[in-house]
Design a protein around this ligand. Structure first.
Ligand SMILES: Cc1cc2nc3c(=O)[nH]c(=O)nc-3n(C[C@H](O)[C@H](O)[C@H](O)COP(=O)(O)OP(=O)(O)OC[C@H]3O[C@@H](n4cnc5c(N)ncnc54)[C@H](O)[C@@H]3O)c2cc1C
Length: 601
């Protein structure tokens, strides 16, 4: 059975030493985040996820969810007890506003929990994860009445939330949705239509489920400009705010799918269900995007989370499994063979995983800090800067993070040889579970287009210029330090490739938009490679300072320096090849007619 240990030392390094979270104590919501509190949350979250959530992960995969004749759904064995423990410990309240029963702690700590829970048990973590997304949409766009009625019980975890966008004929192109919302005359609406692939759409963990549903009112424009957002509770609330009458929303089926078996992916039928509009009519997509942006960062975390747990197990296996001899001569001559850990090709896979997961962790926790600063920083300038950066980085965290996370999980399965392919060792579950993150919350091709088609050019390129300036500044300082210079120079070269690719888009994409579409994936990957390089440079700088102070865990900081150099040598050069692919444009990609793709017998 695979194991999981929460990487609390690395998290503390990032939160305390890299981001210096305690130094933001003057900001609202940060005053409670004292160094002691931060460490307690990190350690306790790690313990809870490793001891309560991880042990039911494999059972969740084996048993999956069961839909019964009456449309009810039972979650896998152990999930109900684990959820109860999650609610009783108040984990869902961590980063939620105090006025609705939350603890008001920084999002950074909320993201720590998201990582640990998503790593320990992704299928389980999606139940509270979707609730958190629904909460953010209601906080941003709900009326005071809606906030009072729904938020406290969603935040406590007594009720859960879902997000209903997808319909059988449309996923990416939401302008085509057909679900109707007809006014009932009393302020509520009758919602009718079919939603598919709804995560956590029906289950037995909570006493009510609050669905957030996109639908069109009569006469609304037949495009994304005609979409409104509705709250549709599974049980309509009575005058005391308690779940009462069963609403007209039922689970028609649950999907049999590749991974995340413990999470119920439902087809939901809405048959005149009572719904309440959230925000303004026809402005639903913008409201839903608030939820999606939060969820996209969460999915980015899922990308490296599965890579992390797969990596932890692969390291154990590589140290234990003996095959062949080290190329430089037997490492353990007394044994019949050396551990496979000695083989450079196995090391390559393990080092790739180590440097990817550690830098993605730094990027995501930094991203969470930007989310906090967007709302809470003291000056308008700082708030704008944080907003620009997190808006730009969201598709990279989601798209690059999950593409690469899947590759890494796959490589960790490879470390096990044939034993990785059989179910017993649990490695193939990590690969299957991680695959979905590339698809939902906007497939990664759509993330790439969001980055290149919208975010790069927005506000005259202000965000990407801020990104370049931030990295340029770090490089200039690091080049003055002998130990950091090699990493800084390689990063400078990779950043140069990104700048050139950006320029190429500016000069060529207007004339032929297919050039943009053809290069978007490559650009997103260049930016991912450069961004993680930036975090390695910053982590190396902190590690160097700590080493000068002669810390107790010298080995930890020395490993950071080695890893930064490995990343610089092995990942950053990819930016050059990706740029060349991007500059190939779209000619040969788009040249062949559809008939040429048909297979001739
Ligand atoms: C397990 C699971 C859980 C899910 N959970 C939820 C949920 O909770 N709520 C919910 O509403 N939905 C959910 N979904 C749906 C998911 O978000 C969609 O499947 C996803 O957004 C893609 O939509 P689609 O499947 O219709 O693919 P399509 O939109 O048909 O896309 C197919 C392919 O074409 C590409 N493509 C489409 N349009 C473009 C474009 N303009 N530019 C470039 N490429 C494009 C896509 O990138 C993709 O590769 C879930 C799906 C699964 C499988």
């Amino acid at each position: 059975m695979p194991t999981y240990t929460a990487p609390t030392r690395d998290t503390r390094f990032i939160v305390n030493e890299l981001l210096d979270l305690a130094s933001y104590g003057n900001l609202p919501g940060f005053e409670n985040a004292t160094p002691d509190m931060i460490d307690t949350v990190i350690n306790e979250a790690g313990k809870f996820c490793a001891e309560v959530l991880a042990p039911v992960n494999q059972a969740g995969d084996e048993h999956g969810c069961t839909r019964h004749e009456d449309g009810s759904v039972t979650t896998p064995p152990g999930f109900k007890e684990a959820y109860q423990a999650y609610v009783e410990s108040g984990w869902g309240t961590l980063a939620q506003p105090e006025e609705f029963g939350g603890q008001g702690l920084p999002h950074v700590l909320g993201f720590v929990l998201e990582e640990y829970s998503g790593t320990a048990n992704q299928a389980f973590a999606m139940y509270p994860g979707l609730t958190a997304g629904a909460i953010s949409a209601i906080i941003a766009k709900g009326s005071d009445e809606q906030k009072a009625a729904f938020l406290p019980k969603m935040i406590s975890g007594e009720w859960s939330g879902t997000m209903n966008l997808t319909e059988p004929h449309c996923g990416t192109d939401l302008g085509m949705i057909r679900t109707k919302a007809v006014p009932n005359g009393d302020g509520s609406y009758a919602i009718t239509g079919t939603k598919i692939f709804i995560s956590a759409g029906e289950h037995d963990l909570t006493s009510n489920i609050i669905h957030l549903v996109l639908a069109k009112t009569p006469g609304a424009p037949d495009s994304t400009k005609g979409i409104s957002l509705f709250i549709v509770p599974k049980f309509v609330l009575d005058e005391n705010g308690e779940p009462a009458q069963r609403n007209g929303v039922t689970c028609g089926s649950i999907e049999k799918k590749m991974g995340i078996h413990g999470n119920a992916t439902c087809l939901l039928n809405y048959d005149g269900a009572t719904g309440y509009m959230v925000g303004e009519e026809n402005k639903g997509l913008a409201a839903m995007f608030i939820m999606m942006n939060a969820a996209r960062l969460g999915v980015g975390i899922q990308g490296y989370a599965q890579a992390e747990v797969a990596y932890q197990n692969a390291v154990t296996y590589a140290l234990d499994r003996r095959q062949g001899r080290a190329l430089t001569g037997p490492a353990e001559p007394e044994a019949k063979a050396d551990p496979i850990f000695v083989h450079p090709d196995v090391r390559r896979m393990l080092m790739d995983a180590k440097v990817f997961t550690e830098s993605m962790r730094a990027l995501c926790l930094w991203g969470a800090l930007q989310v906090d600063l967007t709302h809470k920083a003291q000056t308008a300038e700082e708030r704008e800067q944080a907003d620009l950066l997190i808006g730009l980085m969201t598709p990279v965290i989601k798209g690059y993070g999950t593409d690469k996370g899947y590759d890494i999980a796959n490589n960790m399965q490879q470390v096990y040889g044939g034993h990785g392919y059989v179910r017993e060792w649990g490695m193939e579950q990590f690969v299957r579970d991680s695959r979905i993150a590339m698809i939902y919350e906007g497939a990664n091709g759509v993330q790439a287009m969001d980055l290149c088609g919208r975010k790069l050019a927005a506000n005259g390129g202000k965000a990407i210029q801020a990104f370049f300036a931030m990295i340029d500044e770090e490089i200039a300082a690091a080049k003055q330090v002998a130990e950091l210079k090699p990493v800084a120079e390689r990063l400078e070269k990779a950043l140069g490739e990104q700048k050139a690719a950006t320029m190429w888009f500016m000069q060529n994409a207007m004339a032929n938009p297919n050039h943009l579409g053809a290069g978007a994936h490559h650009y997103m990957h260049i930016m991912g490679v450069v961004t993680l390089g930036f975090f390695w440079l910053r982590m190396a700088k902190v590690a160097l300072t700590k080493l000068a102070d002669e810390p107790e865990d010298k080995a930890f900081y020395e490993a950071k320096l080695v890893s930064a150099n490995y990343y610089a040598e092995r990942f950053l050069p990819d930016a050059g090849a990706l740029r060349r692919k991007l500059e190939a444009g779209s000619e040969y990609m788009m040249k062949l007619p559809a008939e040429a793709f048909a297979t001739a017998a």
